[in-house]
Design a protein around this ligand. Structure first.
Ligand SMILES: C[S@@+](CC[C@H](N)C(=O)[O-])C[C@H]1O[C@@H](n2cnc3c(N)ncnc32)[C@H](O)[C@@H]1O
Length: 235
């Protein structure tokens, strides 16, 4: 999402569905993925930025990993989601939430960046991930958790259902997209964006880990930004 129109469509969509989104975001089972993802990004005493923090479902896990001497900053563009995230952050004195666009650089420095279920919303995810790698610099960590259609033999039969779910949850989607989703459509765009974000991260990092959860529908790529960080190889 590079321009203001796209950003406001996304912000309005999530603002409208804040309460429902929070229920999905904190559903049983997802917490395990969030704790693992937080641990790939955050370490004790460090500053971690969560891009597109939504209702703040990751914030307690990030706080767990940075401990009392670190710092966690959540960034999001959608007001009502931020209100909920701020309520979660309020439990800790070293966790804060800021309203800003994660595709431009709203902060100057950080040890790590985390983004969960966000990269598929960006118009040019590779450029955004590149900026995040620049932000943390050599030695810094970036972790991306995203959902795409499954390549796991156990998950593949459920891909049509997943496509409908993606279409229903897409800020720019409509009923037509939901009905046509099982035979293709919205999910293709999501996968392309997620793949682009992962390729960008792979090009900039070493010590990468690629993990999958939930029958292969959810993938986590994490890595450490290297010194000369262009085209370091496959995932
Ligand atoms: C699918 S939700 C994920 C929320 C949260 N990361 C989670 O895992 O529950 C996507 C979030 O990204 C936020 N978002 C989308 N584009 C953004 C941008 N350019 N800057 C900041 N936040 C953005 C939305 O407002 C929304 O909260």
């Amino acid at each position: 999402m590079s321009d203001g129109d796209d950003a406001s469509v996304v912000a309005d969509f999530y603002a409208r569905w804040a309460a429902l989104y929070d229920r999905i975001a904190t559903a049983p089972g997802i917490g395990r993925w969030r704790r693992i993802t937080a641990g790939r990004a955050a370490a004790a005493g460090e500053t971690v930025i969560e891009m597109g923090c939504g209702t703040g479902a990751n914030l307690p896990f990030l706080r767990e990993h940075v401990g009392p001497t670190g710092r966690v900053v959540g960034i999001d563009i959608a007001g009502p989601l931020i209100d909920r995230a701020r309520r979660r952050a309020g439990e800790y004195d070293n966790v804060s939430v800021v309203r800003a666009d994660a595709t431009t650089m709203p902060v100057r420095a950080a040890d790590a960046v985390l983004a969960t279920f966000v990269c598929g919303l960006f118009e040019d995810p590779a450029a955004v991930v590149d900026r995040w790698c620049d932000l943390v610099g050599p030695g810094g960590r970036v972790a991306l958790l995203d959902a795409t259609a499954s390549e796991d033999p156990r998950g593949r039969p459920l891909n049509p259902l997943f496509n409908s779910f993606v279409a229903a949850g897409s800020p720019s989607g409509g009923l037509r997209d939901v009905l046509y989703a099982p035979v293709g459509g919205t999910e293709g765009a999501l996968s392309r964006r997620v793949d682009a974000s992962r390729a960008a991260l792979a090009a900039r990092t070493v010590d990468r880990r690629h993990e999958t959860f939930g029958l292969g529908f959810v993938g986590l790529l994490s890595g450490t930004v290297q010194r000369e960080s262009k085209n370091s190889g496959p995932l």
